[in-house]
Design a protein around this ligand. Structure first.
Ligand SMILES: O=c1[nH]cnc2c1ncn2[C@@H]1O[C@H](COP(=O)(O)OP(=O)(O)O)[C@@H](O)[C@H]1O
Ligand SMILES: [Mg+2]
Length: 206
């Protein structure tokens, strides 16, 4: 039997993610509240899915409510998938602008014409009884020589979405959601929940 969902806590302190996730979940009619006053455990897992599960489980257990977390990153082909799961702290740089500059330097040093990359998002919804739902979204693009646009956050200004000719920072929140990794993962979640919580898989041991 599914637990009816009315309220979900967002397990993130990233303001850009809070805005994007809250807007993407609006059609479901859930009360979506950002988490407050919790210090997150270190993200020391090896995959986006496990890191998102760490954050979502921690907040769900702390609040007794269903909690949703996103773990995401940028994977640059010529840098063997860097910064990947380490995107939030790439090169130990402290700000988005410094991390963007560091990435551009690394790519220049790689001396290759290949500037292809992709954004990946894993979204996990954790229930207080330990049940997890996992969704994933990706978007491919090109790393520019310099930043363009002032919307969004993180690596948005240096990532031009394939086929669009605009960076993620040159799109409104709605336009970004239509193509972004997080928008796609959350669309999968919305579809799964459109008629109530999806059925849980039962495992039978023989
Ligand atoms: O939509 C996006 N646009 C630009 N950069 C992003 C996006 N999603 C993730 N990133 C980058 O990847 C990092 C993902 O970090 P992570 O998911 O571990 O935690 P965070 O919630 O603490 O930022 C972000 O800090 C940002 O630098
Ligand atoms: Mg992370």
């Amino acid at each position: 039997m599914s637990i009816p969902l009315q309220q979900v806590v967002l397990a993130t302190s990233n303001p850009g993610k809070v805005i994007e996730i809250t807007e993407a979940l609006a059609p479901l009619g859930w009360a979506v509240t950002p988490v407050a006053g919790l210090e997150f455990p270190p993200e020391d897992a090896a995959t986006y899915e496990e890191n998102a599960a760490l954050k979502a489980c921690f907040v769900s257990l702390s609040t007794g409510l269903p909690a949703l977390a996103d773990d995401s990153g940028l994977e640059v082909t010529a840098l063997q998938g860097e910064p990947g799961i380490y995107s939030a702290r790439y090169g130990s740089r402290a700000t988005d602008v410094e991390r963007n500059l560091y990435l551009l330097e690394r790519l220049r040093d790689a001396r290759t014409p290949d500037r292809s990359a992709k954004f990946v998002s894993a979204v996990v919804l954790a229930y207080p009884d330990g049940h997890l739902e996992t969704y994933r979204g990706e978007v491919t693009g090109t790393i520019l020589e310099g930043p363009r646009g002032d919307q969004g956050f993180g690596y948005d200004p240096i990532f031009e979405v394939d086929g669009l000719g605009r960076t993620m920072a040159e799109r409104s929140i709605e336009e970004k959601r239509a193509v972004s990794h997080r928008g796609r993962a959350l669309e999968a979640l919305r579809t799964a929940h459109q008629d109530g919580p999806p059925a849980r898989q039962t495992v039978t041991l023989e």
